[in-house]
Write a protein that binds this ligand. Structure first.
Ligand SMILES: Cc1cc2nc3c(=O)[nH]c(=O)nc-3n(C[C@H](O)[C@H](O)[C@H](O)COP(=O)(O)O)c2cc1C
Length: 358
């Protein structure tokens, strides 16, 4: 089915990005079985082969779907048929909201990048919950990404995260506090220590009442000392890990956040700082996201010390074929090193032969 996505892309890229996105999600929610066409079949005795063990739930494959593509969990059933190890839906806010005025999604095909200023357009928590309860995620790890409503004052943001945690902790494998979108005024300010601590401390009671792995998603536009301050809080409040990163601001391109190859360098730097600083903390996951578009990028992330990544923009430009390319890359690396599983490869990474130095 290798021809299907290039054909679809040819038509899709001649249309408005958001119109084609919305219609595709609707179509895929009506025809989830289409996912079977892109499925990389893995035989039952290979089920452990691509598994990555994490502090949070283990993933069956080291690549997950990043937040924002299926905000309302409409096409979860379709995406769970692809070879993703985890699927993150949202960002969900407590109340429904329209998001920013259109147009708000732009392509940069020459750089395999996107710019968006969506502003958490979503159907709200009630709709998100209904959709999640009426759909199948198969055996995939499900994450729900949580954000504050635009109309909620910044000093009351913690209330939104509490409502959302309470609503989604029972039906999710992990939750994400999103304080890193550039498209909700003041949101990134919640990454500052005092504001972040207010949110994390306010969640302590509900977290002990309803335990659920909890990640923090951060921006690539922060400096090293700020990253250190965030890590201190993540450790203090025993979060499961950090998702790094959201989109980056490039003023010369216009308003909003840039994703894809143009954000790789900044994202990768932030990931490296976190991985370097948390090397002695195996019980803290660093999920890499931002500009990852090939097996080589995943390999680099492994060399930096990480394990699992997410993608969004590369899926738009390359289609589900990127998952096949990564699966084949892993197969080659395992054969080259005479190993049986990805966990074995990752545990011995400093000794293994690199498929890129053949
Ligand atoms: C159109 C669009 C909408 C997004 N919406 C969200 C969102 O609602 N919540 C979120 O945490 N990240 C959102 N993101 C950010 C992605 O999850 C991801 O962090 C970012 O795009 C970098 O990864 P990539 O280079 O693989 O796309 C969005 C990205 C795009 C392109």
């Amino acid at each position: 089915m290798n021809f299907l996505y290039p054909l679809f892309k040819k038509i899709a890229f001649s249309l408005d990005p958001e119109v084609i996105h919305e219609n595709s999600i609707k179509f895929l929610s009506d025809y989830p079985l289409l996912g079977e066409l892109f499925n990389q079949k893995v035989s039952p005795f290979e089920s452990e082969k691509y598994k990555v063990s994490l502090n949070g739930p283990s993933w069956s494959f080291p690549v997950g779907l990043a937040a924002g593509l299926d905000k309302n969990a409409l096409a979860l059933s379709f995406f769970s048929k692809l070879h993703f190890g985890a699927i993150e839906v949202g960002t969900v806010t407590p109340k429904p909201q329209e998001g920013n005025p259109k147009p708000r999604l732009f392509r940069y095909p020459e750089d395999e990048s996107l710019r968006n200023k969506m502003g958490f357009n979503n159907g709200g928590a009630e709709k998100g919950l209904c959709n999640l309860l009426s759909t199948s995620k198969n055996d995939k790890v499900l994450g729900v990404n949580l954000g504050k409503n635009k109309i909620t004052p910044i000093d009351k943001a913690w209330e939104d995260y509490n409502i959302l945690y309470r609503n989604f902790s029972n039906i999710s494998d992990y939750l994400v506090i999103n304080v890193s979108s550039p498209n909700t005024p003041g949101l990134r300010g919640l990454q500052e220590s005092d504001a972040l601590e207010e949110i994390l401390s306010s969640l302590e009671d509900v977290r002990s009442e309803k335990p659920c792995p909890l990640y923090l998603k951060i921006s690539p536009d922060i400096d090293k000392s700020h990253v250190s301050a965030i890590i201190d809080l993540v450790k203090k409040y025993s979060l499961t890990g950090i998702i790094a990163t959201n989109t980056t601001i490039m003023k010369e391109k216009g308003e909003g956040g840039i994703s894809g190859r143009l954000c790789l360098e900044k994202s990768r730097n932030v990931r490296k700082w976190i991985l370097d600083e948390t090397r002695e903390c195996p019980d803290l996951d660093v999920i890499g996201v931002g500009g990852i578009s090939s097996f080589k990028d995943l390999w680099d992330f492994w060399l930096d010390g990480g394990k699992a990544v997410q993608i969004y923009t590369a899926l738009i430009y390359q289609g589900p074929g990127i998952l096949k390319q990564i699966k084949e890359g892993i197969d080659d690396a395992l054969i080259l090193n005479d190993m049986k599983s990805l966990n074995e490869l990752l545990e011995n990474l400093e000794k293994v032969k690199s498929p890129f130095l053949k």
